[in-house]
Design a protein around this ligand. Structure first.
Ligand SMILES: Cc1ncc(COP(=O)(O)O)c(C=O)c1O
Length: 397
């Protein structure tokens, strides 16, 4: 990895908000620009040379995604606008059809709004029951706690693979194994894992998995919904329109095969091309190498922060590059604004995980989320600035 691949890093900035979105390497930006400047046209419509280039690029990205998450087939890879849309399609397109009154859905209070609210709406429409798994002392989801909350009515478990505030890696493979033995579906929000850790849908055996391109060095507005083929065959697309219909008559229509039936209207072509390039970029480094490096960086940061007795680290042991903390007596946003004076970008607030406050008893936290382009020198700069509490108080006023 060369930091020069990221033009955003060629300025006086330290970016520690990678869980919100990552920077994009030049290869991603160039691929998008090339599409607009050299072969800009719609997809799967044009019987001309540049149209075929677009079609090839889309097919190539679908293949890259399939290999990247080890899906069985490109039919299982649906392009969406992101994680949020993916979960909404799964909830409204599949589970609305098969769930019945009093069926139960298990979620976690450590999860993002987009993996809570679509289920809440479904629950209120169908009179379902939502249950939240207890988090353990480290605020982790464990298989034992999942087992405690499962009943014969449980039909769905929907969890992030890596949560976005605690950063814990959920034992999804074990949960899926247990769930499937009990006739329960597993939906996985992989938005915080795909860019940082191997995410293998066959190994995890999840039924549906969703993620966003922009959290894995790709562009915004593009994401992926993976589903097992037999489940996707039974899922209704949310959007109907051009491109996805085989034919339609005055009062009826017939849909195309997977995956096209889910991709109504003009695709986010630039986004898809950019996502393909982002996967190539990650592959050129190696996802395992990325995980290893980010984990070491995390340890380095935690070992330094822990020495500051007025810093309360919320997730001392998490398995990802996410470190969440508070500075005693100082509002999280004030710390973020103080750091921003030194061009350090961190996230402060509830991180769209508004239910977590019931568990950790604080509403707002500061979150550092690392990427492979971060360095120990950047962490040293951050910790130096946090090392003088009086200075923080003085300068935030
Ligand atoms: C765990 C998790 N799930 C879902 C989302 C939503 O992703 P998007 O806004 O790309 O749809 C996020 C975004 O931060 C997230 O961290």
């Amino acid at each position: 990895m060369n930091r020069n691949d990221f033009l955003m890093l060629n300025q006086d900035i330290i970016f520690f908000d990678n869980a919100a979105t990552t920077f994009k390497p030049v290869s991603v930006v160039n691929a998008i620009t090339d599409y607009y400047n050299k072969y800009c046209c719609n997809a799967f419509r044009g019987d001309y040379k540049i149209g075929l280039i677009v079609d090839d690029n889309i097919n190539n990205t679908r293949n890259l995604v399939k290999d990247y998450i080890n899906a069985n087939s490109t039919k299982e890879i649906i392009f969406t606008s992101g994680t949020t849309e993916g979960i909404n399609i799964v909830a409204a397109g599949y589970f609305r059809k098969i769930l019945k009154e009093h069926d139960e859905i298990i979620l976690s209070k450590g999860d993002h709004a987009s993996n809570i609210m679509p289920w809440q709406r479904l629950a209120s429409e169908l009179n379902l029951v939502i249950k939240y798994v207890d988090l353990d002392d480290s605020n982790y989801v464990t298989l034992d706690n999942i087992k405690r909350v499962v009943t014969p009515n449980t039909k769905v478990i929907s969890l992030a693979y890596i949560s976005n505030v605690i950063g814990d890696l959920r034992p999804i493979k074990e949960i899926t194994n247990f769930a499937h033995q009990n006739g329960i579906y597993v939906v996985c929000d992989a938005s915080q894992s795909v860019g940082h850790r191997k995410t293998d849908v066959q190994d995890l055996d999840v039924d549906f998995l969703v993620f966003s391109g922009h959290k894995m060095y790709g562009p915004t507005g593009i994401g992926v919904l993976y589903g097992k083929k037999d489940l996707l065959e039974l899922t209704d697309p949310i959007n109907l329109g051009g491109g996805m219909n085989e034919t339609f008559t005055d009062f009826d229509y017939q849909l195309k095969e997977l995956p096209t039936r889910f991709e109504a209207g003009t695709l986010n072509i630039a986004g898809i091309i950019g996502l393909g390039e982002a996967i190539k970029y990650i592959n050129s480094i190696g996802i395992d190498k990325i995980s290893e490096y980010e984990y070491k960086l995390r340890e380095y940061l935690v070992n330094k922060l822990i020495k500051l007795d007025y810093i309360d680290i919320i997730n001392l042991e998490s398995d990802s590059g996410i470190v969440t903390f508070n500075v005693d007596g100082i509002f999280a946003q004030d710390v973020a604004i103080y750091l921003d004076k030194y061009n350090i970008c961190v996230r402060a607030g509830n991180h769209c995980t508004k239910l977590l406050k019931d568990v950790i008893n604080v509403r707002n936290t500061i979150r550092i989320s690392l990427a492979f382009y971060n360095t120990t020198e950047e962490i040293d700069t951050l910790v130096d600035l946090l090392s003088d509490k009086d200075k923080i108080i003085r300068e935030m006023l």
